[in-house]
Design a protein around this ligand. Sequence first.
Ligand SMILES: Cc1cc2nc3c(=O)[nH]c(=O)nc-3n(C[C@H](O)[C@H](O)[C@H](O)COP(=O)(O)O)c2cc1C
Length: 395
Amino acid sequence: MAKVLLGVCGGIAAYKAPELARLLRKAGHAVDVVLTEAATRLVAPAALAAVTGRPVRVSMWEGLESGAMDHIALAAEAEAIVVAPATADLLARAAAGRASDLLSACLLVTRAPVLLAPAMNSRMWDHPFTRRNAAVLSELPNVRWVGPESGELACGWEGPGRMSEPAAIAAAVERLWKRDLDGRRLLVTAGPTYEPLDPVRFLGNRSSGRMGQALAEAAARRGARVTLLRGPSALPAPAADVELVPFETALDLRRELLARWRQCDAVLMAAAVADYRPRTFSTEKLKRGVGDVSLALAPNPDLLAELGRRRGASRTPLLVGFCVETRHLAAAARAKLRAKRCDWIVANLARDALGLETTKVEVHRARGKPLGPFEGSKSAVADALLDALAPLLRR
Ligand SMILES: Cc1cc2nc3c(=O)[nH]c(=O)nc-3n(C[C@H](O)[C@H](O)[C@H](O)COP(=O)(O)O)c2cc1C
């Protein structure tokens, strides 16, 4: 169906590359493979040639006698490039714009979607240089990620750095071209609320905004027009095709929501909205006193319940709430589903999600059995949720 260039780097997980190539072939794609020199030490080029039925390339300097310019032609013709495993060194080369080997040169030439499946020791993945390289690459409009997953690593360590399984990578490849939300309008909320006490203090929470932002970006990639209402967050700006509207308090968020929700096909409420706000705001900084201090708190409006009530029997737009619990997840999610009259509650445990880059969620639905659990990076989970949501939006 499509021309896919599979780049394989010198990580242990290279032994999974033939299985990934097989799955891509099975999905009907023409697969060309580029191995780095290091990868040839860890996986047999002949295995990849046999699975793909095409010659495997390693060097920029091969076949020049025939006048072919492989590093340009290969990349220019590819409808997607998948790098699995992507080593720390490949991420560094790509982030620096290097073209020092055939694979990094291809990444510089292509404008097609690029899917990176990193695999490395968790120290390497967590190192500030790798974090920076990943952040630089994430700014490119055509770069997507799958994994890495957390767990036992080939080097014997535990932590993030394990390459996603070939089946998950092959599924992520199919999503690269997916435009199943074309023409849909989505409103997504993300991040914490800050409820001010005085000019320098606030009541907040540990939400990072990552889940909501991942949903907004994934929906935009799939063709939706997306507005992201985002509370105070240290995250970079979302992808350029997402409209960002910042808010600070629950009441600010309510105003922004009420101005927009009716024009949307779905409202995804991933923000962690404070249930209470300080009853009074001191215009001067509060001073230290003697002994205990009590704070009077006033309830904030329940925004999900309010939208559920306002849309009434029409049940449009589709309404998805999120809940974070510390225990009894399924029971709490089902109770919220009824109380707030929404279509879905996406539920997660605080220890699995709050402030983390990965998450584990289950979906409780007004109609139908629960879905999930969905587990992995927040962007992979966002795509899994949208896979389930898209058919409801097309109706
Ligand atoms: C046995 C072995 C396994 C390795 N596994 C990894 C790995 O999983 N991830 C990684 O980033 N580097 C790994 N390395 C280091 C890379 O092979 C090395 O950084 C190399 O320069 C990467 O080249 P490439 O990015 O061109 O493939 C491994 C090295 C050896 C010897």
